[in-house]
Write a protein that binds this ligand. Structure first.
Ligand SMILES: Nc1nc2c(c(=O)[nH]1)N=C([C@H](O)[C@@H](O)CO)CN2
Length: 118
């Protein structure tokens, strides 16, 4: 299956379990791979036939910017649900990185892989 990807999408959000994290906004980084048959847009050369990565990015920016979850797990799950339910993808692999959250680590976070039911 072909894929469309978004790499290094930075979005500021309120996230974290500690009191100090509830008073600031932190930059999160999203990497997505989405299953989509790219042969159709390749044949038509029409943006309307694509999985439009700009549209997906704008939707995630709108959602994540106003979110206030404690765990990255919760936010990653919600974002995967949005991609699967609002865009014509067969599956999504989403990596959510929280840079600088752990001293000595470049980033920490989660990776979720979800597929359309049926
Ligand atoms: N599996 C997780 N572990 C941790 C999380 C999380 O969301 N998922 N969050 C924190 C804190 O918010 C941390 O990021 C602050 O440095 C700790 N562990």
């Amino acid at each position: 299956m072909d894929r469309v990807f978004i790499e290094g999408l930075e979005i500021d959000a309120l996230i974290g379990i500690y009191d100090w994290e509830r008073r600031i906004r932190q930059t999160l980084v999203f990497d997505l791979e989405m299953g989509f048959d790219n042969r159709v847009p390749a044949a038509s050369d029409d943006i309307a036939d694509t999985l439009n990565y700009k549209a997906v990015s704008k939707r995630l920016i709108a959602y994540v910017s106003q979110s206030e979850f404690g765990l990255v797990e919760t936010l990653a799950e919600r974002c995967a649900e949005i991609v699967l339910s609002e865009f014509a993808v067969s599956h999504v692999r989403l990596k959510l990185s929280k840079p600088g959250a752990v001293r000595g680590a470049k980033a920490v976070g989660v990776i979720v892989e979800r597929a359309r039911a049926g």
